[in-house]
Design a protein around this ligand. Sequence first.
Ligand code: NAD
Length: 482
Amino acid sequence: MQLNDPRLFRQLAYVGGKWTAGSQGSDEPVLDPANGEVIGHCTLLEPEQITDAVTAAEEAFAGWRSMTVNERAHCLHEWYRLLHEHKEDLAQLMTLEQGKPLGDARGEVDYGASFIQWFAEEARRAYGTTIPSHIPNAALGTIKEPVGVSVMFTPWNFPLAMITRKAGAALAAGCPVVVKPANETPFTALALAELAERAGIPAGIFNVVTGEPATVSEILCNDTRVRSISLTGSTRVGKLLLRQSASSVKRTSLELGGNAPFIVCDDVDIDEAAAHAVAAKFQTAGQDCLAANRIFVHRRIYDRFLERFAVHMKALKVGSGMMEVDIGPLIHKRAVDTANELVEDALEKGGRLIAGDQSMAPGANFFMPTLMADVTSSMRIFREENFAPVAGVCLFDDDDEVIRAANDTEYGLAAYVYSNDVRRIWKMMRGLDYGMVSVNTMKMTGAPIPFGGVKQSGLGREGGHAGLEEYLDTKYYCLGNM
Ligand code: NAD
């Protein structure tokens, strides 16, 4: 690995401002998904070292919360600046451990850094209220206070942005954080810790623990000093953390799986809608909670849409993320096996394979973009969160039918609608049971927006003012006898 600043490649955990190793021999190899080679090792902390991270965070809390909002913003702006200064190294690390194309990794540094900048400024608006008093001679109001030690579990598909989207808000609100990154992608998180230290964020305020996931979550969820648990990950792990956090009634914020519908009405520019659907499905090789997983196309334009979709899809270049490609490897061989199973299941149930030749795959962890038509609700590709570069297209005839079909899932994160008819758009926007609806564009994310889902896609919002509120408590005061 050739980094401009080799000190950004850290293999130890970061606890209370110290680079910390687990016990001898307890480390785990981290693999480059493009070729299976070992990039480095992540240390597995012992249970008491995980507890030490909470102790360090709690001890540092008083100092951090009592800083002025300007002082905290100053540290966060410096962190933001350093992320940009080291963008190339961060992108290299991300591509090595996650596999995404280098251009996407650079984009993720920009996107991830934007949360730090945005929350540094938004924290200035953590206003309380005054309440007209119903009690004689009293002054009533509210103030906002940081919730306290905040733990964040983050996934491997966005190793940087899923940390900064949470930590930017928590740190700005005055909370110390303990991050547990995915074991597949610890190095980006550890590089963020190195830069946090250089930015002047005090020891104990930003901790990164690495270890066996089930052990770490059990310890952190059961520690009564931890006041907030946030996860971006699967619905399965979300339910587990919710149960574990119940014993100490923690604040929970969950960004879980998605199964986004992408609805294409018959009044659109077919080629443009097909190009957008390809982009929305194949970003991050389909390993994206916003991926357009069920593409519903009106019967009148169905065949033409499939044709245009196939043309745009076949133009995608597949290969190592270090090369000029659009699609990198999947994270594991297991993910390739699942993709094959989804395609086989759909074929058995009447699906039609339009394109996708796996003999062209450039390595064991690669899956060539695949287009399945005539997908129905009985197929796994319709029912499950499809985290693979396999697009499933379904046919529809009328708007009520497509709204019902789009809502026929336990997930409710994001939905896409393509139409030029404002009544139709409004009806779908209201009828779709999703936390986010994007109309005639697939680019909807960013620091100012309240990102999040309904149903089993999660609880709470990240980004926007709502994202800051996740890390603030409202304290009511009543000054009597004034
Ligand atoms: P995952 O649920 O397997 O793991 C997420 C994190 O939780 C990891 O750090 C993991 O180590 C940790 N974890 C904590 N306790 C655990 C336990 N007991 N067992 C296993 N892991 C535990 O998710 P993933 O595979 O890393 O990421 C993919 C998932 O993330 C997908 O479902 C995707 O939709 C979701 N995701 C959601 C969003 C969103 O904003 N809604 C964004 C990105 C990814």
